[in-house]
Design a protein. Sequence first.
Length: 269
Amino acid sequence: MILKVPKLSLEINPASFNLNSENVKFLTSDGLEISGWFIRPRSVEKSDRIIIICHGWGANKADVFPSNMYLLKKGFNLLYFDFRNHGESGGNVSSIGKLEGLDLTAAVEYLKKEKPDFSKKIGVYGISMGASVAILTAAQDERISALVVDSPFSSFNYIVVRYAKLFYKIPKYPLTPLTFLFTKMRLGFNPDDFSADRYVNKISPRPIFFIHGANDERIPVDEGKKLYALAGEPKEFWEVSGADHMESHSKNPLEYESRVGEFFRKYLK
């Protein structure tokens, strides 16, 4: 259910938009090849600030590509990549946390080694699973200077119980404890130990901006509020009226792009 994800094909790419882009690949510390796109803005002088874009569970880099292109116009370089077991990247197991953190760490390593002039300041934008992975990773990697997290969930155990009920009609008892046991055996570790709610307080004094749809049915807004309460300063929270899961941008694109752009501009100096 959670560990195996059907890989969806990428329907669009930067070449479709005639962008200044490059297909890139890099290896994780456990030997998986991660596929990505490095994109530079055309309309500004060379930028040394970059934002890494992290997609959600069951998605890929193409799914979050168009909605974040506005950051190029604001002068930021961008790195999109597919998490393991998604898109064009290797791997056949997901942990929605620890293992994906290795992928994001590998992205940071790649930038610092191969694109140092374009990544003197690194921000991360994550949505859904990508948001929670961004929190976990940034808490352990101070090279990440600022975070925007849209629709994060607080813990592995929470999201498994939530999705089991929503999508598979699986009751919490007795099947969910068996799912947790199987997951620990399959992964070789307890994925709940690497949940966002255990790490978000370690990000301060680096800034974090939480965004959550008020009508999110998949990951209720209370999840975002819980993480916000646990985070240190500086921090911001924006509850977007009328937005369901990952709809905050589409419901209010102008304000969304303005607020996210200004946040990164302020803190990626």
